[in-house]
Design a protein around this ligand. Structure first.
Ligand code: NAP
Length: 339
């Protein structure tokens, strides 16, 4: 069968809320077929299917993620579990020969991503962290603007992601950061990843951060600076206690780009405005685009064509290192130097 007609058969490991976006994306993606979902809670997988893929009648339901992973009719799994479970299940899936699309952030610790990388090579499977915004044409447009030299060399980046935590989601902040609770794992990882992406993958030299934690030891609001050396800085700010904001700004030596409605839902309209010191100024509105589906299709193409995914495991590792440096800085009130 040619790679144009072969389909990747997907299993989903969990009846998480994010299935609202990813389940229809997997169903709609070319070369993809949803064949199974597992949930450890009775009826949760059935309810998720009924809500987000009611047209499918042949999806097999498992009450245990272990059993789903043992199925021989599944090629790839999507892991939307709680963050602290990602590394364990990614490793388990790899060991059973499954390709893995894992929700962000892939792991709490860098050593877990190193283990995932080694295992993926051993078992010859593809593994990617699900930072969907990187597949949105909005980000491609920004990259083209940067590469065209319109705003000169990038010197400063500012990323902001915030929304007030809804009462139904309070369980996300009822445990300490070390156990996966808090805003850094949930939304701060975007703010840091985007800052790194805007500097086109440059390595961070040091991080300084401060955060306000709740009574459970989960961070609620954080601010910080990443030093990319040579006078290049990124400032990040994220919170579960602010009005909604999802934006970033990239300042170069001759101009700047402001990007609004990033990390958006599939139907939100993104926009970009850019300007130069020479007096050029433009606001561009991009069509709404389903970056979740684009992410799935990219990953499937990489599996079928044996290409390296756009989001590599080295990138996941570096993001994890910067996140952990920021957490350590906030905890110790010290600037953390990365090696
Ligand atoms: N890319 C994005 O835009 C995006 C957006 C939101 C979240 N995420 C990421 O996706 C992952 C999941 O986030 P989420 O908000 O969708 O998670 P969630 O709804 O809290 O679900 C996470 C896991 O917890 C279990 N669970 C769900 N509801 C539960 C409940 N009421 N009681 C007990 N257990 C429950 C489920 O496992 P079982 O079904 O096995 O019980 C599920 O797989 C996180 O890593 C997050 O960072 C990504």
């Amino acid at each position: 069968m040619s790679s144009n007609t072969k389909k990747i058969r997907w299993g989903i490991l969990g009846a998480a809320r994010i299935n609202q976006q990813l389940m229809p994306a997997i169903v709609a993606a070319k070369n993809s077929e949803l064949v199974a979902i597992a949930s450890r809670r009775p009826q949760a997988a059935q309810d998720t299917l009924a809500k987000y893929a009611p047209q499918l009648s042949n999806v097999k339901i498992y009450s245990s993620p272990d059993d789903l992973l043992l199925a021989s009719d599944i090629d790839a799994v999507y892991i939307p579990m709680a963050t602290e479970e990602h590394a364990k299940w990614t490793l388990q899936a790899i060991a059973l020969g499954k390709h893995v699309l894992c929700e962000k952030p892939m792991a709490l610790h860098a050593h877990e991503i190193e283990a995932i990388s080694t295992a993926a090579q051993q078992h010859k499977v593809q593994v990617m962290e699900g930072f969907m915004y990187r597949f949105h044409p909005q980000f491609e447009r920004i990259q083209r603007l940067i590469q065209s030299g319109t705003i000169g060399d990038i010197r400063s980046v500012r990323t902001c992601f915030a929304y007030p935590m809804q009462p139904a989601r309070l369980y996300r902040i009822d445990r300490p950061i070390e156990q996966g609770g808090g805003a850094m794992w949930d939304i701060g990882c975007y703010a840091i990843h985007t800052a790194r992406s805007a500097f086109m993958g440059a390595r961070a030299h040091s991080v300084s951060a401060m955060s306000h934690n709740n009574e459970h030891g989960a961070d609620i609001s954080s601010s910080g600076t990443i030093d990319f050396s040579d006078g290049r800085y990124a400032q990040f700010n994220f919170s579960f206690a602010h009005a909604r904001r999802a934006e970033f700004e990239i300042i170069g030596t001759t101009g700047g780009i402001k990007c609004e409605n990033v990390w958006a839902k599939a139907d939100e309209t993104p926009s970009i405005s850019w300007w130069t010191d020479a007096g050029e100024q433009k606001t561009e509105t991009l069509p709404a685009n389903n970056h979740f589906q684009l992410e799935v299709e990219h990953f499937v193409d990489c599996i079928l064509q044996e290409n390296t995914p756009l989001l590599t495991l080295d990138d996941a590792l570096e993001n994890c290192r910067v996140i952990n440096a920021a957490l350590q800085s906030a905890k110790t009130a010290q600037q953390i130097i990365l090696d």
